[in-house]
Ligand binder design. Structure first.
Ligand SMILES: C[S@@+](CC[C@H](N)C(=O)[O-])C[C@H]1O[C@@H](n2cnc3c(N)ncnc32)[C@H](O)[C@@H]1O
Length: 201
């Protein structure tokens, strides 16, 4: 059964598009989507919650969208923080290509938004902010390792913001992260989703 996190989705391409409203900026952007990427038919409701109720975006520095899909969070970060550089990473090659194309269509060149495979991010880079609608469905152990790897790259003072569905384990994930030495707070609870704010101790 193909999954949205397959590196190379097998199904034939079926291009589509979705609208992403950024109410704070008074604008709506069009994003190209495709079959074989996460939530290609509509902006995922969890993503919507993070876009609408996420914390303020750091005004500068390197920011990360972990598991970018076709790029709604990465684009929101880049448009809200013109002086930052956004890294948008995903294992799904079709998603990375769409994200890069969506950024380019919005005039966000690679100096503002760089979509790439996770291992293309320079190792020493530290992030002022990490936003993610994380891939819960890859399974607990892989998810935990993924979050440890990337949240461990938050700069001192940097903050992560994760949106997780309550019934898919948001509260247990928060408790687990707390046990790993992160400071975790619930920033918002909306429509069955939690936004978890994560910082380093
Ligand atoms: C829940 S989706 C969110 C996609 C997009 N950010 C959105 O809001 O529409 C999670 C994404 O994580 C990606 N992913 C899965 N495993 C990953 C990994 N090890 N590293 C980076 N991304 C991964 C999936 O391919 C998927 O696109």
């Amino acid at each position: 059964m193909p999954q949205y996190f397959d590196p190379a989705p097998e199904g034939a391409s079926r291009p589509g598009q979705v609208e992403l409203a950024l109410r704070d900026l008074g604008t709506t952007v069009t994003l190209r989507t495709d079959r074989g990427v996460f939530s290609g038919e509509r902006i995922d409701p969890g993503t919507r919650v993070l876009v609408d109720h996420g914390p303020p975006v750091p005004p500068a520095g390197d920011l990360l969208d972990l598991g970018c899909g076709y790029g709604p969070l990465a684009v929101a970060l880049a448009l809200r923080s013109p002086s930052a550089r956004v890294w948008a990473v995903d294992v799904n090659e079709r998603a990375v290509a769409l994200c890069a194309r969506n950024a380019d269509a919005l005039g966000l060149g690679p100096e503002r938004l760089r979509a790439c495979a996770p291992d293309e991010v320079p190792e020493g880079l530290r992030f002022a902010g990490i936003w993610s609608n994380p891939p819960i469905r890859i399974g607990g152990d892989l998810l935990h390792q993924l979050l440890l790897d990337w949240l461990g790259r938050l700069d001192h003072g940097g903050r992560g913001a994760l949106v997780v569905q309550r019934h898919l384990g948001a509260d247990s994930l928060a408790a687990w992260l707390g046990g790993q030495g992160f400071v975790v707070e619930r920033l918002a609870a909306k429509r069955g989703y939690r936004i978890l704010g994560v910082g380093r101790r």
